[in-house]
Design a binder for this molecule. Structure first.
Ligand SMILES: CC(C)(COP(=O)(O)OP(=O)(O)OC[C@H]1O[C@@H](n2cnc3c(N)ncnc32)[C@H](O)[C@@H]1O)[C@@H](O)C(=O)NCCC(=O)NCCS
Ligand SMILES: Nc1ncnc2c1ncn2[C@@H]1O[C@H](COP(=O)(O)OP(=O)(O)OP(=O)(O)O)[C@@H](O)[C@H]1O
Length: 282
């Protein structure tokens, strides 16, 4: 696991770097349908790229501390789960202080926090599936101190039965392991460039995800438009092909018209890039 052994950085610092890098790469990736990117704000009136960058950087200490506590406690269990919950909530406060109260990375703190801890627990065992399994075990434990806010996700769970970010983690990130990562590797092999491979990975994640951001903003109609539109881009040859680009542009327009921003899929792309870097280095 040479990528996890850098002489001048502790393991925790290195993992925090990788998590923040994944968030910066996700934000910069363009053109993403209806999401903040280098072109603009997508379906978000309160977000912009500079804010996404500042938010990502503000999370570095939280990720580092999550890795440190995982190393210190050394095993999956309630003490680690509850320590991560506390650090995750502190990370959210740092994010909100940086953005002036805007939610830029809530789902990403959750997904990447679990994965950072999973990587720190056993750096010698960091294949994608080993990481996802440890993260899932952590996500299945019940944090007794977690507040029960009436979040968008909670409202969508009540209305449509979609359990969103929590369930995705508890199942071991199936959208990443079964869709995002395989597509990332497949598109890389076609040698159409890393940015296109990442866009294709995002689209693959979107094809099957119950994204509670989309459900909250645009209901089941928006979710179907996201899933089918993403599938259409991939079937047309992906984002590197002319036909695929046309379909991608159409998907962007359609999701913008529905105000349907796939924020959950974006968070999972960041998780996918993080896992890819660690798995690729082992
Ligand atoms: C589990 C979380 C995400 C709360 O989920 P909930 O659905 O109630 O909230 P909310 O709608 O505000 O946020 C959901 C976030 O998940 C993302 N998301 C949406 N759908 C999905 C999905 N299907 N899969 C993955 N992520 C998704 C969105 O981008 C959004 O940012 C999390 O914020 C939480 O419980 N935090 C408590 C602190 C904690 O325990 N942290 C642990 C750090 S390891
Ligand atoms: N590039 C990106 N652009 C926009 N959202 C992103 C991006 N990357 C990740 N996200 C995720 O999408 C979520 C934003 O979704 P959403 O707009 O539903 O948030 P909200 O603040 O809870 O809702 P609302 O904006 O409707 O009040 C963020 O929490 C973040 O985790």
């Amino acid at each position: 696991m040479h990528a996890l052994k850098l002489p001048h950085l502790s393991l925790a610092e290195h993992l925090a770097d990788l998590a923040v890098d994944a968030l910066l790469d996700e934000a910069d990736l363009s053109p993403k349908p209806a999401l903040v990117d280098r072109r603009g704000n997508g379906a978000h009136s309160d977000l912009h790229l500079g804010l996404m960058h500042a938010s990502a950087l503000s999370l570095w200490p939280a990720f580092k501390e999550m890795a440190e506590v995982a190393i210190e406690l050394g095993e999956v269990g309630l003490p680690l789960r509850e320590a991560l919950g506390r650090l995750g909530r502190e990370g959210e406060q740092a994010m909100l202080a940086t953005t002036g109260g805007v939610n830029t990375h809530r789902g990403a703190i959750w997904a990447l926090g679990l994965l950072v801890a999973a990587a720190a627990l056993a750096p010698e065992s960091s294949t994608a599936s080993a990481l996802a399994l440890r993260a899932a075990k952590l996500a299945l434990l019940n944090d007794r101190y977690a507040p029960q806010p009436f979040s968008h996700g909670a409202q969508v769970a009540q209305r449509y039965g979609a359990r969103g970010a929590r369930e995705e983690a508890q199942l071991g990130f199936p959208s990443v392991l079964q869709r995002g990562l395989p597509q990332l590797k497949k598109s890389r092999l076609q040698q159409h460039g890393e940015q296109n491979a990442r866009l294709d990975a995002l689209l693959a994640i979107m094809t099957g995800l119950a994204d509670t951001c989309v459900l909250y903003r645009a209901g089941p109609e928006g979710l179907l438009a996201m899933q089918q539109g993403a599938q259409a881009v991939l079937e047309a040859g992906g984002s590197a092909s002319l036909d695929g680009r046309r379909q991608l542009n159409e998907l962007d327009q359609q999701l913008l018209a529905l105000n349907a921003s796939p924020g959950g899929a974006a968070d999972l792309l960041a998780a996918c890039l993080f896992i890819d870097r660690i798995d690729g280095a082992s």
